[in-house]
Design a protein around this ligand. Sequence first.
Ligand SMILES: [Zn+2]
Length: 232
Amino acid sequence: MRIIDAMRRIIGLIIALLIVVLPALGESDSPTLLYMGQASLRIVTVEGKVIYIDPYAGDDYDLPADLILVTHGHFDHCAVDKVQDRNEDCMVIAHGEAVVDGVHQTFYLGYVTIVAVEAGHNQWHDVSDCAGYVLMFSNGKSVYVTGDTSTTEQMAEMADMHIDYAFWCTDGVFNMGNDEAVRCAELVQAKHSIPYHNDTSNSGMMFDPDAAEAFDAPNKLILLPGNELSIE
Ligand SMILES: [Zn+2]
């Protein structure tokens, strides 16, 4: 009887441990993305590296940065001073590093690979001064941020990249609007198409939920400022 009791206890302990440990393991399998409004994102990778993209909106800049990505030099994308806490080897990759003599660069950083892609092609945004980025993480998943853009020639080839999450600028004033962005989303064929940078109202929210609802892309996903997403 004693042996059976002891075995029951051990089995009970193992089950309890699995209940505690398994969800924790699950969490660390995927990067976590925080949307902060406008084009501002924060991503924490499974390696614990912290990436800020187009810092401007929101207040969640307290995690020390390992990488800051800037798509172009307009004020609503390059408020890098908001990122005060930076780790010693923190890198800043802006459009100047991403597009060199017209050639879009790729950066292999170990915890993430950054592929700069075309952005611009409208009256406010010159293709030589802007970049979009595809981030490829160690769990095999990828995120595309368009930055500010209209349709680019490269989008027709980007389905081959098998992108998991694509963020589409859709304000219809400084960039393409919803209809054009939907056509771009159909070209790129990401598994999830997310509208962002869609507010020109100066409401302070830096996101327009009604415009997001009207973004009729395949596999649409809506993130509100403050929402988190597991990149899985
Ligand atoms: Zn912008």
